[in-house]
Design a protein around this ligand. Sequence first.
Ligand code: PMP
Length: 284
Amino acid sequence: RTVYVNGAYLPEAEASISVFDRGFLMADGVYEVVSVLGGKLLDYEGHMVRLQRSLSELAIQDPLADADYLAAFRELVARNEVTDGLVYLQVTRGNPGDRDFAYPPADTVPTVVMFTQSKPGLADAPAAKVGWSVVSIPDLRWGRRDIKTVQLLYPSMAKMEAKARGADDAWMVEEGRVTEGTSNNAYIVKDGRIVTRELSHDILHGITRAAVLRFAAEAQMAVEERAFTIAEAQDADEAFVTSASAFVMPVVRIDGTSIGSGTPGPVAARLREIYLEESLKTAV
Ligand code: PMP
């Protein structure tokens, strides 16, 4: 596989990053994951806008021009012959020379890494027909979850806890209300209304979330942006999650309780279909 490091395309075994890179030492960096379907990039613009926001919240200078990102994404997709899969992009504050809590001078050159992962048949994931089972777990992450940083240890621990409990993912709960999944935004459907937590510092502003809510509104579906409890979710007609890599994924069990019929519901199925159809139209 060919990977991208600071402007160079290299075999993955030859790519390297400094031991002093602040991404490595302090998780001082941000990332994006963009899905590839049929060789095209889904929601590319949205992911790039969020990247800019994450960088600016952390005062990391943007090392590349917009066109350079797109050219590199396309180059990697072509070189690695990715039909379905993803492109991962990470920008860290770079290597200041010594380890220090204070940010280094603003002219420190950020480190940019990109790679691809192939996932043949990504849009037809069998899990979408069955739905996920999730368990609830306290949300012990930091308070700026709207910044897409590479500090992913707690979501990893939550994912492991979910697997240990025989589930597919965890829904994190804070002050009695669901924030989001380990790597996705969470929704319930009750009496035809789609409910999902409002945007704030408490959750990542999902690019798929934005697209799905737009398509839901266009399809005249009612949307309520507010937090909900696990009990409310267990009593819902349907539940689902969204992310760039899972698209719209039905959730059929929460903490062992079946949601609705215990099978993927019509709203999630319809939104998945609309999302895949519409986002392919704007794919680049
Ligand atoms: N929340 C969290 C915590 C995530 O890690 C992700 C995936 N990156 C999402 C939500 C979904 O965001 P997106 O739709 O932009 O992939």
